[in-house]
Structures are given as structure tokens and as C-alpha cells.
Design a protein around this ligand. Sequence first.
Ligand SMILES: [Zn+2]
Length: 534
Amino acid sequence: MQLDDTIHTLAKEVFSIQTLRPFQHVVIQRILELDQQSADHSGLLVTLPTGSGKSLCFMLPSLLVEGLTVIVYPLLSLMNDQVRRFTSKGIGCVAIQGGQTQELRKRLFDDLALQKCKVVITNAECLGQASVIAELARHRISLLVIDEAHTIVRWGEGFRPALAALGPVLAYLPIKQILCFTATADDGVVEGLNHLIFTKHKPHVVRASSDRPNISYHVFRTLCKDHTLSTLLEHSLSRPAIVFCNTREGTHFACNAFLRSHPGIPCRYYHAGLDANQRKALEAWFENQKEGVLFSTNAFGMGVDKSNIRTVIHREVPGDALSYLQESGRAGRDGNQSRAVILLDGTEKDGLATLFSSTTACHRQSLLAELGEELEFCNGCDVCRHSVYTEREGEAALLRCIAVHPLHYSPSSLSALLSYKKAYNSFSRTLSGWTQKEVRSALHLLLAEGKVGTTKRHRRLFLRYEAYGRLLTSLQLYRMLKYGTKRTGKHTNKNVPYASPPVPSGETGATQAYTPSTETGFLMEEIVPVAHPR
Ligand SMILES: [Zn+2]
């Protein structure tokens, strides 16, 4: 009870937090309990979704434990953020990072020796240096915190070997507790951490669901991703937004395409190939954006704590559920409703694409199941909202036009017809929101898939047998072939009452709106020769 009171008083007085969230309370209490035990090197692995107040879980106990708190971050920007957070609360801390002079280091170490501050913020590379190890070994370390601990496993085996080499350093230092924090952890990460960090004792695990209820998950099927991106991000409510691309060139191309369709919307591209200053400037630019769009590789994100990102779009499907949840989790840190969107154009085959292609399994549940979590209730995804649209955007319009006018248009004349603002037949303007370039790229995809073919000499488009067959089962096509397109208005049977009596046989032509008694009846009886309105 006394401990509870102390926690709440500190939360109020130092951090101005009136009520702790249930998980924060559990974690803080656990840390303080373990601190009372005699065993050294006990471990705690905490998974808390982003935006749930993770830092407080170790900032608050650092005030109550006797020895030092050493916090290890994978990125410089995260270190700086944390230093700022501690100083703003009036808690002294030293940051040990690369590029510091010997004099500065000495001064920092003196501050520690004189107990001017009890918190050290550093990274794995510095923690591996002999001078730092020697200095820290002279102190009692109550808490050693590793934030974004999944990077130890994910990056440690690749380009940041210092992360994977932390184990022996930690085993050498006089540490009471090792705390690993991460937003999401699958079995691989947990196993990796057990192997690399918790070498002496298996950790206690406190796991909050990785679910982010304020993010809804959507899949958009399209023939042209650039077009879908431009419609998705058109409205200012969907911004600020991040668009993740899987290559550096991809960010560049997608950004330029977006700029062409929306010259007024601020957008930039970002990847690890840019130099450090450029990246810093871009991060600062995006931080201040109220309606900007950033096209980026997965190099962007962890160091950035922008709270009001409304949409995260993945132009390509990411490698695994863990990365997807991490990356889409950049949306809605302020707790407001946000969207995570995946674009599929039918070329994706394996991995997560199968998960997102499903029209029956809840996206949120399937994603969390990949991390071994079960979820009872989905707070919003296409499947649960019954808004799955299996047809790719643009496909129907293209196929129908080619079906009705076989061998009539070349790819360029067809893309001009469909996208032009002027009307010169019933198909004009059916894709009026698209640019000619977007329609062409959609056509190229259909050509590559073999649904559409062109003649050798004049490159006239026709529908391949298989696509034609599939199209003929579509109810709308029959309606359109017989009564004209919806756009021509007067020839549709849309307004004919469902149960109206049959029209007397004297009338002819398209207006002879026979209304069948059932939908199937319509299908069976309305197979008529193609009569295209000229
Ligand atoms: Zn769902």
C-alpha cells in the first residue's frame, strides 16, 4: 500500500500524471518488487504498444531505486529525446554518446562519481567501450533498460553487431535488473533476447496486447498504386501521412507521381541513402507538418515521435507482421482515429500478401495471431466492417470498354478516352479522376497479366478469352450491354420498380425494361446479343 502511494505521489508531483494507466502501474510495481529481491541480473521483458506511456515505466522507478539507471537506445535521436524528457522533469542525467571529447567524458563521469545524477543514457556502441565499462563497473547499477529491444535481435545480427555483443558486457557489469522494452515482439524476438541479453536468468514477461484500437486496417486493391495513393491522401483529414516504399528509388518515384497529381500538397521523400543533414532536415520538416506526406523506406520512423500521423500507407507489402505492426504503429500516437492501409495490385504473391488478400479473416486478428496473440474484438478493418471490395480499382472500367470495343483502341487512345474530361462516347470519362499516365500503367499491368492482348500490327486492344469469360458472369455487364452505361442515364433500368408488371411487348429497344422476379432470373433470361449504344 505504501509503495502504491509513493508511486502515485511521484507520478503526480514529478510527471504531472493524475492517474497511471493500469499497465504502467503493473510494470512499475514489478520493477520495484524485483529491486527488493536479492538476486542480481534478474530480467523483465515488457511489450507495450507505442503511445501507452512506455518511458514512464522506467523513468519513475529510476527515482526510487538506489543505484544508477542506465538506458540504452538504438538511435541517437531517441537518446536526445529521452535526455530532453528527463531534464524537463528536473531529473539530472548524463548522455554518453559517440564523438565526445575526453574532457567532456571525464566531466560526465565526475558527475556520476559525485552522485550529481543517477541516470545514464547511452547506446550499445558506447557501452562496449572499455573506458565506459570500467567507469560503470565502479557503480551499482540498479536498472539497465534497453528500449526498442527488438532491434537487438533484428539489427544485431546485421549492421549493428554492437547490439548483439551487449550480452557479455551486461554479464560483467554489477547490474541488479535488466529491463527490455519493446512495442511488439514475436517468438523470434523473445527467443533472441533470451539468448543475447538474459543470459543469466530467464526474464519475467509483462505483455500488453500489441493491438492499437485506434488504428483501423484497410486493404485497397488497385491497378495503379499511384492513382490510389493520390485519392487516399487527397483529403486533408487523411494527413499527415507516411507512405512506406520498399526501395529508395521507389520513394523518389512515388513522391514525384504524387506531386504531379497534387502540386499543392507538401511532400518529400526520405531514405537512408540521403546524408545525415538532409535526413535531419526532413525529420524536422515532417515533425512540423500538419498536412504533409512523407514517402519513405523503413529507415524512417523509430527516432521520430510525431503524434498526429493520421495515415500510414504501405505501397508494397512488408516482410512480416512484426515489421508491419511496428511501421503502421507510427500512426495515431495521440490516440485519435487513424488508418493503416496496404495497397495490393495482384502482383504480390507470398508472405503477408496472403494474409491481406483474405476477404474473410479479420486483418487485425490475423496480424496479431502472427505474434501469438489472440484478440476477441476487432475495432475496425475492412473485413469486420464488411467493406471488402475484391475488384481492383479501375479494372472493371478498362475490361468493359475493351470488351465492348474489341480491336478498336490502342493503349494510348484508350487511356486518353477514359481519362479525358471531354465526352465522345459512353465510356469517356469513366476514369475521369485518373491521369492518362495512370490509366496506361493500369493497362500495362493487365497486358502483363495476359487478361488483355494487343494485335501485332496496330496494337489494337482485345480481351483474352479467359478475362472475357469472367466478365460475362458479371451482372452489371449485361445491364450495361443491353441498356447502356449508367452515365448515359436514360437507358438504365435502375429506376424501374422491382415488382413492376412486364412492359407490353409493343415497345422495343433498350427502354423495354423487363423486370425479373429474382436476380437469378435476370441472369438467366437477359443473355442477349451485344447491342452497344453508338
Ligand atoms: Zn477486423
